[in-house]
Design a protein around this ligand. Structure first.
Ligand SMILES: C[S@@+](CC[C@H](N)C(=O)[O-])C[C@H]1O[C@@H](n2cnc3c(N)ncnc32)[C@H](O)[C@@H]1O
Length: 289
């Protein structure tokens, strides 16, 4: 009996195809895929192969490396990234901002404050930073805060830029933040929540690939969030990316890493404070760490 469901034929992936595709993933994004990730590659790229009406992963690979496949490379990257994120994820970082960073800024009288959410995914991280900074610094002390948020994944950036989330996604947001900083959708938009303009305007979104030669950044930052992304890189790429990122961190600025990411033995010039929070050394009068 026909159940009415279409079961799409699974496309097989040979070891040779897997190796070619994962080398290309590494080349264009720095993401390292272990030998155990064959199923992941099948599930992430099958939709592209079918959508493009191709017959095999070899055809897909050949398209990607051909001159006419240039535009497909971004879809290829968007398909392999893992965008898991949450509002108020690893909230000890926001507690640190309130109890340590903001009092320091008030003492220094520094303005504007600049923060980089590197690997911002669908926007939950930069909007959490913006809401916390608005509540504790912008509104009470009129100190402007500018947040630069970047990611390699253009689909994630589109979602981030729109700033509209469903009820499941907004569930970690404390009630007073939700009330103050979100608009509730009505009629056709019932069940959706849109970030208010005063928060949206604090954030600039841009595509940035960590392994690119040049970063499209002209400022330096007081805090950089680089959370839950270097886990996808090998040791060499981790070191390269962190040292590049650190060039954009002010002396005495803070680097927030994800819960399973330690930088011990990776990089000089950083002091480990606590809870995956690092601080960049102050330079001495000769410009040394
Ligand atoms: C698991 S999410 C982490 C999101 C957020 N930082 C958090 O901790 O909740 C990892 C993000 O890193 C991004 N990413 C992966 N490789 C990247 C690269 N080479 N350059 C920039 N972003 C990258 C992915 O697109 C994805 O959105």
């Amino acid at each position: 009996m026909n159940s009415g469901k279409f079961v799409l034929k699974k496309i097989s992936l040979s070891d040779d195809e897997f190796n070619k595709l994962r080398s290309l993933v590494f080349k264009v994004s720095g993401i390292s895929l272990a030998d155990t990730k064959k199923e992941l590659v099948i599930s992430r790229f099958s939709r592209r192969v079918k959508g493009l009406k191709l017959n095999s992963f070899s055809e897909y690979y050949n398209l990607l490396v051909s001159p006419s496949g240039f535009t497909e490379v971004q879809n290829f990257i968007n398909s392999i990234t893992t965008n898991k994120t949450d509002f108020f994820r690893e909230s000890h970082h926001f507690d640190f901002i309130i109890s340590n960073f903001i009092p320091e800024i008030l003492a220094k009288g520094k303005k504007p404050v600049r923060i980089w959410s590197a690997a911002c995914s669908t926007g939950e991280e930069p909007y959490t930073i913006a809401m916390v900074m608005h509540r504790h610094l912008v509104e009470p002390y009129s100190i402007p805060v500018k947040i630069f948020a970047s990611d390699i994944d253009t689909n994630a950036l589109k979602t981030a830029s729109a700033g509209v989330y469903d009820s499941q996604t907004i569930s970690p947001i404390p009630e007073h933040y939700l009330k103050r900083y979100f608009l509730r959708g009505k009629d056709n938009n019932k069940g959706l929540f849109k970030i208010k303009n005063e928060i949206r305007e604090m954030v600039t979104f841009k595509k940035l690939n960590f392994i690119a030669e040049e970063y499209p950044i002209t400022n330096t930052f007081d805090i950089i969030f680089c959370r839950n992304v270097i886990i996808y890189f090998n040791a060499e790429t981790k070191k390269l990316v962190i040292s590049k990122i650190l060039r954009f961190l002010n002396e005495g600025g803070y680097l927030m890493m994800g819960h399973s990411e330690t930088l011990f033995n990776i990089i000089d010039g950083l002091v480990y404070l606590k809870n995956t929070i690092y601080q960049k050394h102050f330079l001495d009068k000769f410009g040394r760490n």
